[in-house]
Each structure stands twice: as C-alpha cells, then as structure tokens.
Design a protein around this ligand. Structure first.
Ligand code: APR
Length: 245
C-alpha cells in the first residue's frame, strides 16, 4: 500500500500514539467479528442475545457454554501480523497506549504491555455475586460452576451489553485519547459506546485520526487518514514504511 507521505513523517516523529482496536484486528487470526454471522451451534443467536446479564439470568448454562466455546476458540488461535505490528509500534513510540474492545487477549500475547481491555478478558472468570475473580474452576459439564467463596454462579469477566465498563480502564482510555498526537481506530465498526466516542475525543483535542478498517464506518468521514483494507496486511506495511522492515 502507498501511504500518504505526511502520515509517514507524522508517525516518524510522534511521541504519543493511541490505538483503539476492535474485532476486525483478530479476524485474520480466525476469530469471527461481532457483526459477522454466528456459526454452527450458535448460528441461531445474535451476540446481543447472549452477551447480556438478562440472558445469563434467563439461562446461565447456555451463556456459560457459549463463553466456554469462545474460550476454546481463542485458545486455538494465535496473534496475526497486525497484532505483532502493534507490539512493534509500542516498542518504537515513546508513549503508546493500546485500547481494545477485544476480549481475546491476543494483544498481550503478541507482546503489547500498555493494554486497556475496555470489555474485559474472556479467559478471566468472576463470581456473578461477589465479583471474586477466579483463575480455576471445576468444569463439570452438567451445571454452571459456583464460587468457592460465596456459592454464586461464575460468569465470564467481560462487559455485557447494558453493563458499565470498568471505570478505571475507561477513565484511562479517555485520558489517553485526549492527550495523544495520533489516534488509530483499527478493525472496529465504531457503533458501540463509549469506545466509539474515543476517536472523537482525540479529534476534538487536535489529534490526527487514522482509521484502518475493511469497510467504511461512522468515523470514516471524520478521519484525517483512511486506510481501507485488512489490518493484518496494512499494519506491518505501515510499520516497515515508517521504521524500516
Ligand atoms: N481488517 C480490518 N478490519 C476488519 C477486518 C480486517 N481483517 N475484518 C473485519 N474488519 C472490520 C469490519 O469491517 C468491522 O467494521 O472490523 C469491524 C468489526 O466490527 P464489529 O464486528 O462490530 O466488532 P467491534 O467493533 O469490535 O464491536 C465492538 O461490540 O459486540 C460488542 O462488545 C462487543 O467489543 C464488541 C463491540
């Protein structure tokens, strides 16, 4: 891809860069995005019907099984070149913050350290009553495991539709967006708040906004640079163009 020369020189001299990522960044690792149709066993459901406290209250076993299936799907995949390129950017830019809506943990696996997981992490499980985070649980297939401390039902430690984001993560994300020189929005449809407002918060403070996405989004018309295509291809090429192969 031929990159705008201004963008390359901007990146070369930037000191504060923020990247917001969505499911599109993990698509080339083999994980479906949220707005892709569900597959197989789950084809009959929309994520919104499964990823909510109401769904869990209605049928805890169905929701527990869906996340167990997703945990296995995540365990079976690896970061793709787009993830590794973002880890390289963290090594090259003095102040870099990666804000992700993804719960798959692939950014940390690829080597990023400054990661804000706005929507939690699917590999973590917590008690739905006392919020104790648990690393291990006994997985008999008949029932949803319970908290050893209070007996409450265990649930994935992710943010469901209608739930508040972890306050500390959101505040850090807004602060980072407001104080960066360049804001990347990568592989996200930009339809879920409050993550979708971060690019506009950055833009309002004078940051240059770059969108890397397979298709147009509500941000596209407002971005300073739009690189349309697959992040697993564009990001490594961009890193090579700015910092050398
Ligand atoms: N490279 C770049 N962009 C891609 C790629 C790719 N290889 N594949 C898909 N995309 C784009 C799609 O065009 C789409 O705009 O990634 C975007 C994925 O959008 P969504 O599926 O809506 O995922 P996301 O934006 O992360 O959803 C946000 O919504 O469902 C909730 O909590 C969930 O975190 C999720 C949030």
């Amino acid at each position: 891809m031929n990159f705008p020369p201004n963008l390359l020189s901007l990146l070369h001299r930037t000191s504060k860069l923020v990247a917001l990522t969505g499911a599109g960044v993990s698509q080339e690792s083999g994980l479906r995005t949220f707005r892709d149709a569900q597959t197989g066993l789950w084809a009959q459901y929309k994520p919104e019907e499964l990823a909510s406290p109401e769904a869990f209250a209605r049928d805890p076993k169905l929701i527990w099984d869906w996340y167990a299936w997703r945990r296995e799907a995540v365990k079976a995949v690896r970061p793709n070149p787009g993830h590794y390129a973002l880890a390289e950017i963290e090594r090259r830019v003095p102040t870099f913050m990666l804000i992700t809506q993804n719960v798959d943990g692939l950014h940390r696996m690829a080597g990023n350290h400054n990661v804000l997981e706005l929507h939690g992490n699917i590999q973590r499980v917590r008690c739905s009553e006392c919020s104790l985070v648990v690393e291990t649980w006994d997985d008999d297939t008949e029932s949803v495991p319970r908290c050893a401390s209070c007996g409450g039902l265990l649930r994935p430690d992710v943010v469901w539709f209608g739930e508040a984001l972890p306050r500390d993560q959101l505040e850090a994300a807004v602060e980072a967006a407001r104080s960066c020189d360049i804001f990347f929005s990568i592989g996200t449809s930009g339809v879920v708040q409050p993550a979708a407002s971060l690019a506009f918060a950055a833009r309002n403070r004078g940051a240059v906004v770059v969108e890397i996405n397979a298709e147009p989004t509500p941000l596209t018309a407002k971005a300073d640079y739009v690189l349309q295509g697959r992040s697993g291809e564009i990001l490594p090429e961009l890193v090579a163009a700015v910092w050398g192969g």
